[in-house]
Design a protein around this ligand. Structure first.
Ligand code: M6R
Length: 607
């Protein structure tokens, strides 16, 4: 939530900051702003709404300078407005912030006692005013920033810029990620390495509690105990093309289309050359010694966990608990011995998931991170990291990250089943052969998008939509509903098919489309009965099934999307495609903002 950038450049920085902000816009798009120092003078430009508004504003109101900071905002305190937009400036200091300053009210009261007034409703303005207060007391910019940072509670990444200081940025990290980029006579600060990719691939990640004095000569990093710290500089491999739309109208459609490729690469990565054995990273536990699995995540990542619960329990016979991170972290659940706690997150920075991981770490349990960003906080604080290898996911709606999360969790479940001798080698091989065929099937499914598009056009006229599924398809029903409401703003609910008659069936009438995920597996007949109950009440069924299922379901089904045949175990990965496409094409038909839906941000780094 919110993206921040800082640049100490060798030429004009406004265009460089704009480019970096473009790459961070997925973190928030309520407003944007830039501040620079030019010939010693601190100045700023801010605009409400998408980055394009700031970009247009800068055309007529240019902002010269070789040093600067920038921000793209997801509003927490105060409505999206110019006055609430970052950078916040107080006298000779400007600051950009990602996170929440939890003690901002107490600090405001303290500043008010010194006669200091406020212009905005934001928590961030407190940071700028407090720094100004210390500067007015005669402190140097460095000391004033250090003193301010020490007074702040909550989660934050900050970057300070000072009037009269063309070779100085101060950056701080507590709870929100921050990277320092090293250029040739230039230095950068950014919320993530993707933002810095066009400028540099040499990146140092600040650790929790670090702050840094950045000049063109380098960065001096101070740890949470006030000691000089050496942090590794890493070479990050982010291809520029990963953050382009590659001919697609939206990142979401590009990311749906990429699934066969990225999944194929991930399969190659995690299987041996012959494709006969799973090679998970060193440190992956022997599941014969694991008595229980706890999985924690948010949103779509949570629904990947819910799918995997069926796999671990049915295939590997391990009891699994799945929890929403924001509930788990405050419930303080006991963690029994021999528990493996798995944290799933695309970004690896989701605040609640990170807090849940820290709680489990304190309890002494073994932790594993299933993440897309291997340098993320969740990865770095877990005992074991399993990267999902989806590549940069920019669309706010998670698509390829979901299927790549499912892939890694499926491999873990199969390894667990083998470790526990629930399946033998030939059963493992059978599953791996099926897995290697999956990218091809995903291609076929994606190729059926035109059929989904026609149905989505009809769906776009609905006010409400129900999604049903049984077994692992229940989790996919929840995911289908989440995707639809997230990007098309149509109210949608996911239910376990068997729950229908315990309440939601009261909603059914001729206006209510019901999307049913039902491959022709052992539960199919039960789902057909549930569909009959819907149709008997005038409800309109959109059935997503295979050819055998389509035949068996009969003629009364309103619309059918036919998937290629797939092994039951892998069906949730394949059936994710029509769930994604249904949401995507419905949003297109409604004309909503697919990649940047209202009120949302890609990376939720505040609670
Ligand atoms: O980065 P994470 O995977 O931890 O994010 C979790 C959720 O915020 C995320 O999956 C969200 O629900 C997606 N926008 C759904 O499409």
């Amino acid at each position: 939530m919110c993206g921040i950038v800082g640049v100490l450049g060798t030429h004009e920085v406004s265009p460089i900051i704009l480019e970096a902000l473009k790459r961070l816009e997925y973190r928030g798009y309520d407003s944007a702003g830039i501040a620079t120092v030019d010939q010693g003078n601190l100045d700023r430009r801010r605009a409400v709404g998408k980055l394009i508004n700031l970009s247009d504003f800068l055309v007529h109101n240019p902002l010269p300078g070789h040093s600067g900071i920038g921000h793209t905002r997801w509003a927490t305190h105060g409505e999206p407005s110019v006055v609430n937009a970052h950078p916040h400036q107080a006298g000779t200091v400007a600051v950009v912030h990602n996170g929440i300053i939890e003690n901002f009210k107490a600090l405001r009261e303290e500043l008010a006692q010194h006669g200091i007034g406020f212009e905005t409703e934001t928590d961030t303005e407190t940071v700028a005013l407090l720094t100004k207060h210390y500067l007015d007391d005669g402190m140097s910019p460095r000391d004033a920033a250090e003193k301010t940072i020490s007074r702040l509670e909550g989660a934050f990444a900050l970057c300070f810029l000072f009037d009269g200081e063309e070779d100085l940025l101060i950056a701080a990290r507590k709870g929100s990620p921050l990277a320092i980029g090293h250029g040739d006579g230039e230095m950068f600060v950014g919320s993530d390495a993707i933002a810095l990719a066009p400028m540099t691939n040499k990146v140092t990640y600040l650790d929790e509690g670090d702050w840094a004095v950045v000049t063109r000569a380098g960065a001096e990093i101070i740890d949470k105990n006030g000691n000089r710290a050496n942090r590794d500089m890493k070479e990050i491999n982010i291809e520029a093309t990963q953050v382009e739309k590659g001919g697609h109208k939206h990142f979401m459609s590009k990311e749906i289309a990429e699934q066969p490729t990225v999944l194929g690469q991930a399969i190659n990565h995690y299987l041996n050359t012959e494709g006969t054995a799973i090679t998970l990273p060193e440190g992956t536990p022997d599941f014969a010694k694991i008595e229980r699995i706890t999985m924690v995540a948010c949103g779509t990542a949570y629904l990947a966990c819910l799918t995997a619960k069926y796999w671990f329990e049915q295939v590997a016979r391990i009891p699994v608990e799945v929890d929403i991170a924001s509930e788990f972290r405050y419930r303080e659940p006991p963690i029994p011995a021999n528990t493996l706690a798995i944290f799933v997150s695309q970004s690896g920075e989701t605040a609640d998931t990170l807090a849940a991981l820290r709680y489990v770490t304190e309890q002494g349990a073994q932790t594993a991170a299933v993440v897309n960003v291997p340098e993320s906080s969740i990865a770095r604080e877990s005992d074991l990291t399993l990267p999902i290898l989806a590549g940069a996911e920019i669309g706010v709606a998670s698509t390829k990250a979901f299927t790549c999360q499912l892939h890694v969790l499926a491999l873990m479940a199969l390894k667990a089943a083998r470790d526990r001798q629930i399946i033998d080698n030939s059963e493992l091989h059978r599953n791996l052969v099926n897995l290697r065929n999956l990218p091809g099937l995903l291609n076929v499914a994606i190729g059926r998008g035109d059929a989904v598009k026609k149905i989505a056009k009809k769906l776009s006229e609905s006010q409400d939509v129900l999604f049903l599924g049984r077994g692992p398809m229940f989790a996919l029903a929840l995911e289908g509903a989440l995707k639809l409401k997230e990007i098309s703003y149509i109210h949608a609910e996911g239910y376990a098919s068997g729950e229908l008659k315990h309440g939601p069936i009261a909603l059914i009438d001729k206006h209510m489309p019901v999307v049913v995920f039902a491959p022709s597996d052992s539960l199919f007949d039960k789902t057909v009965s549930n569909m009959q109950e819907v149709m008997a009440r005038g409800g309109k069924i959109i059935l997503i099934t295979d050819a055998a299922g389509a035949k068996e379901a009969g003629e009364d089904v309103w619309q059918t999307i036919v998937m290629p045949e797939v092994d039951d175990f892998l069906a949730p990965i394949l059936y994710a495609v029509p769930a994604q496409q249904l949401a995507y094409f419905t949003a297109i038909a409604k004309g909503t903002d697919v990649d940047q839906p209202r009120n949302l941000a890609k990376s939720v780094t505040v609670e």
